[in-house]
Design a binder for this molecule. Structure first.
Ligand SMILES: NC(=O)c1ccc[n+]([C@@H]2O[C@H](COP(=O)([O-])OP(=O)(O)OC[C@H]3O[C@@H](n4cnc5c(N)ncnc54)[C@H](OP(=O)(O)O)[C@@H]3O)[C@@H](O)[C@H]2O)c1
Length: 243
């Protein structure tokens, strides 16, 4: 039975991914910051799917512990999905470096720290799949969320470089760029329904994308074309748009 390690497993997207992978017959290793929140999620999945589910504590910012975390896994995963993230408060982050650093550390530094360890093991084994949940916010910096966006841009570039380096190694790396998705992270935002994915749609796209060894997946699909247009708006016009 194949095993998937989901990092940030209490997130709404991650829970949908766990259900999808369990339904496809995979065993699950779920890792999250708050183990009291994770335990009931893992228990429910065990009962409903009958699959083997491990629940573990994991802090994306506890960098020095990442190697021990991976080495202590009873079952080494066939696939790793890096879902954790933190939107943070952009206005606060402009004046409070602790908030800016938290956004950067969770979305970028933490992802690099744990994935470097995963990649080392996958490369030695000559197999494995990695999906990183980045964001369309990383495709172009905007005034409303450029600290989060720049951390996601860094994560996107990291995944791209990793994919390039590992192209001949048997290890597959996929970048996932959700547009809007209805989750805890966006519960206070008004989102346009036609451009907003459900966590289940993202989970389906991640599963299919990894199965088909895709490079980059946008959810929903139209975000690829929206971001193509946004990336090509001349800077002089973009400044006037005040996005
Ligand atoms: N929702 C969207 O519209 C959207 C769009 C583009 C990209 N994304 C990305 O999609 C991913 C999933 O987000 P979501 O929308 O499902 O939101 P979410 O429910 O808020 O998920 C974020 C998850 O990250 C976890 N996390 C935060 N800090 C952590 C840390 N230090 N160590 C480990 N885990 C930590 C959170 O755990 P706690 O709840 O315990 O803090 C939570 O489970 C994120 O990477 C996000 O940036 C979301």
């Amino acid at each position: 039975m194949k095993n998937v390690l989901i990092l940030g497993a209490t997130s709404d997207m991650a829970q949908a991914m766990a259900k999808k992978y369990a339904a496809e017959g995979w065993s699950l290793t779920l890792a999250a910051l708050e183990s009291e929140l994770l335990d009931p999620i893992a228990g429910d999945l065990r009962v409903r799917s009958g699959t083997d589910v491990q629940a573990l504590a994991f802090d994306a910012t506890d960098f020095s512990n990442h190697r021990d975390f991976y080495e202590s896994l009873e079952t080494k995963p066939d696939a790793v999905i890096c879902v954790f993230g933190y939107m943070g408060d952009q206005i606060l982050a402009c004046t409070d470096f602790d908030e800016a650093r938290r956004i950067i550390d969770i979305n970028y530094t933490g992802a690099v720290s744990i994935l470097n360890v995963v990649v080392e093991a996958f490369e030695k084994r000559g197999s494995g799949s990695i999906a990183g949940i980045s964001s369309v916010a990383g495709d172009r910096g905007r005034q409303s969320n450029y600290i989060y966006g720049s951390a996601k841009a860094g994560f996107t570039a990291y995944l791209s470089g990793l994919r390039n380096r590992l192209a001949k190694s048997g290890v597959h790396v996929m970048t996932v760029k959700p547009g809007f998705c209805r989750t805890k992270m966006t519960e206070n935002l008004e989102l346009p329904a036609a451009l907003t994915a459900t966590p289940e749609q993202v989970a389906h796209a991640v599963f299919q994308g990894l199965e088909k060894r895709r490079n980059t997946v946008y959810t929903l699909w139209m975000w690829r074309w929206i971001m193509l247009v946004i990336r090509h708006i001349p800077e002089v016009v973009f400044k006037r748009m005040g996005m």
